[in-house]
Design a protein around this ligand. Structure first.
Ligand SMILES: Nc1ncnc2c1ncn2[C@@H]1O[C@H](COP(=O)(O)OP(=O)(O)OP(=O)(O)O)[C@@H](O)[C@H]1O
Ligand SMILES: Cc1ncsc1CCO
Ligand SMILES: [Mg+2]
Length: 269
């Protein structure tokens, strides 16, 4: 008899492995993302300088790349790391923060996409624009609902052979042949900066442990955020108390609670 892998079993496996994840993320996200990773049970390392980032990518279990505070130096580190991760057979996750905003970001994301990310995680506006659609996004915050990004996510997944996770009030994850929606979280989540960036890092942690199953890895990471976010939102008075409640909720989340409370439904593709 085989036991179906659930987000709960993936969480347990991730905690048992405590994977080392190289997170190239933005200056806003670095601290909160590292704390989110530690609370969830992963081992983050924010290593982005060209001189060492490629070398580090070969020893980390996964790489995550986020263009939130992009500069030429950051971009050089991203290039060498994505190449090194691919050469070492490690998964890597791209977070195309506000890639539609400027030519520098657009060109950078086009180049990074050509390096074939395993998983792309973005908010609804980022996913719509990445597929060539017209999004309502201006800066880093989404101006679109995920429902509008679902078709774009499927198209991107098929075109690039990647898993695509579009997040918002109801998340959508697809690999182009299957898809799910994940409900939960809290309206306070977009009121706390860089939670999406932190989620991208956590997706990397799950992918490090399940390199052959990036779809399941992305779903499990998003389900952790959905359940911990819902729990934290119940007693939070506002974004400040939500922030620390969310970290606490992530740290006490266990396999049983995750499987009992995650609301994941299959969607048509
Ligand atoms: N209205 C909402 N209700 C419930 N959960 C939400 C809502 N909006 C976002 N979330 C959750 O917040 C997390 C971050 O997703 P979001 O789409 O806000 O990322 P983002 O825009 O990239 O964030 P950032 O750029 O600030 O890092 C996800 O787990 C998502 O499910
Ligand atoms: C606010 C902000 N600016 C650049 S990156 C970032 C974090 C949320 O994406
Ligand atoms: Mg974002």
């Amino acid at each position: 008899m085989t036991t179906a892998k659930t987000p709960g079993t993936a969480l347990q496996a991730m905690r048992d492995a405590a994977p080392l994840v190289q997170c190239i993320t933005n200056y806003v996200a670095m601290n909160i993302a590292a704390n989110v990773m530690l609370a969830a049970g992963a081992s983050p390392a924010m290593v982005h300088t060209e001189e060492e980032a490629g070398e580090f990518a070969a020893i980390a279990g996964a790489l995550t790349v986020n263009i939130g505070t992009l500069s030429p130096d950051f971009l050089n580190g991203m290039r060498v790391s994505a190449r090194a991760a691919a050469e070492a057979g490690r998964p890597w996750v791209l977070d195309p923060v506000a890639h539609y905003a400027t030519a520098f970001r657009r060109d950078a994301v086009a180049e990074l996409m050509a390096l074939r990310p395993t998983i792309i995680r973005g908010n609804a506006s980022e996913i719509i624009a990445l597929a060539g659609g017209q999004s309502a996004g201006r800066g880093v915050d989404s101006g679109d609902v995920v429902e509008r990004a679902e078709g774009a996510a499927v198209m991107l997944a098929r075109r690039h052979g990647a898993v695509v996770a579009a997040t918002g009030a109801i998340d959508f994850v697809t690999d182009g042949t299957q898809a799910v929606r994940i409900e939960g979280g809290s309206p306070l989540m977009p009121q706390v900066t860089a939670l999406g960036c932190s989620l991208t890092c956590l997706v990397g942690a799950f992918a490090a442990v399940e390199p052959e199953a990036p779809f399941a890895a992305a779903v499990a990471a998003l389900a952790c955020f959905a359940v911990a976010g819902e729990r934290a939102g119940r007693d939070a008075a506002g974004p400040g108390s939500f922030g620390w409640r969310f970290l606490d909720a992530l740290s006490v989340l266990d396999a049983h609670g995750l499987d009992a409370e995650a609301r994941i439904t299959i969607a048509a593709v």
